[in-house]
Design a protein around this ligand. Structure first.
Ligand code: FEO
Length: 396
């Protein structure tokens, strides 16, 4: 993809990764992009780089704007390899006067690339540098989602260069939010938040408060992945506030794995009971729904209801994998519930409840289990369990 001037003398020079389908266990069915930016002023600055495999794309894009050797500074907002991987090669060509980053970022870069001779210039919250016509102000965004993370703000352009924050994994030839399907844009934004930022709700709240307190005028957010925001800045900031504060909709997800279809029958009956209370519900079989899509549905759901049959005195491996994933992401303020069928060892609901207890879910009842295939009477109990869950969702 060619470079694009996104503000006067500010260029997107990143790379599009059309083929990426897995990002540490998160399914990236639409690929992604690594968005580096170039600011041309008296001092020329490159913000972040790209994944090592795409370094030629980055350098080719830079060359279409300027000679790379004319870059004076590199700003590293985030040390993760998808943004820093090309640094060693880029540094050989660019030879920058300074690399601006936080102290933690400097440590992380040295631990990644083992070269202390790079021209690091450690900066901290509130520091700024003059480029000529433009200024860069730096703000710490610690634990969004790494300890060294920071964002850069150019006040003359009302431009926030936000590293991972507010991004989406979406490979496209379009660069701006208003150029793509809005339903897909917000689904991918929610998926990205759910699968990357969910464990960092408290740092997210602190970061959003900082944006507000500093009264930053922002009319563009240049993210490090996916589409640049220029149309609905307030909406994506408000959504991050909603997601990180734990505010949920009147919605539930029933997530299950099944062996011979008994737990599936129970899941569907519970789903019907929940829906009878005018609560929106998704009934998701883990054999057909990727864990990262399930967790996206769970993001704005008040209730997460889990079902598994018993196999070898344990839950099924599909549910085991999902629970490991969800335990890491730590969804908060959720209502929980457990169900499943068994042959001779009634263990699954106990195991499911242990996971939910650890996550401090407000668990409804003792859970529901049935031996082998559920009777109509058991399915009626499942429906009533769903009704109870629906009422709890409506009660907030
Ligand atoms: Fe896109 Fe945390 O790296």
């Amino acid at each position: 993809m060619k470079p694009l001037e996104i503000k006067k003398n500010v260029y997107w020079v990143g790379a599009v990764d059309w083929d990426l389908r897995d990002f540490h266990g998160y399914s990236t069915e639409k690929g992604t992009s690594y968005n580096a930016y170039l600011v041309v002023d008296k001092k020329t600055v490159l913000f972040d780089t790209v994944k090592v495999e795409l370094q030629k794309d980055l350098l080719a894009n830079i060359r279409q704007v300027t000679d790379p050797s004319k870059i004076d500074y590199i700003v590293v907002n985030h040390a993760e390899m998808d943004h820093s991987g090309s640094l060693p090669e880029v540094l050989k060509i660019v030879k920058p006067e300074k690399i601006f980053c936080t102290a933690k970022c400097k440590d992380a870069l040295i631990q990644h690339f083992h070269d202390e001779s790079w021209p690091f210039e450690v900066i901290k919250e509130g520091d700024s540098i003059e480029l000529g016509q433009k200024t860069i102000q730096f703000f710490d965004s610690k634990m969004m989602h790494w300890p060294e993370s920071m964002v850069s703000y150019i006040p003359e352009d009302n431009l926030l260069i936000s590293n991972d924050i507010f991004g989406q994994h979406w490979a496209t030839s379009e660069r701006f939010d208003d150029k793509v399907d809005q339903g897909e844009l917000y689904w991918q934004s929610a998926k990205y938040y759910a699968n990357i930022f969910m464990p960092f709700a408290t740092p997210a709240q602190k970061f959003l408060k900082k944006l507000k307190e500093n009264d930053l005028k922002i009319d563009m957010i240049a993210v490090d992945h996916g589409l640049i925001w220029r149309k609905d800045i307030d909406k994506i900031i408000e959504l991050y506030d909603k997601w990180s504060s734990g505010r949920a909709d009147k919605k539930a997800v029933v997530v299950y794995d099944t062996m011979w279809g008994s737990t599936k029958k129970m899941a569907r009956a519970i789903g019907k009971g929940i829906a009878s209370q005018d609560v929106s519900v998704q009934v998701l079989d883990l054999r057909f729904n990727h864990r990262s899509d399930v967790i996206t549905e769970a993001l704005d759901s008040r209730a997460i209801i889990l079902g598994s049959p018993v196999m070898n005195n344990n839950i099924l491996p599909g549910m085991g994998g999902f629970l490991t994933y969800m335990k890491g992401l730590r969804p908060k303020d959720k209502i929980g519930g457990a169900f499943g069928s068994y042959g001779w060892s009634d263990k699954a609901t106990k195991i499911l409840k242990e996971y939910m207890d650890d996550l401090k879910f407000d668990i409804i009842g003792d859970g529901l289990s049935t031996q082998y295939v559920p009777t109509d009477d058991v399915l009626n109990q499942c429906y009533e369990y769903g009704v109870e869950i629906g009422k709890a969702v409506n009660a907030g």
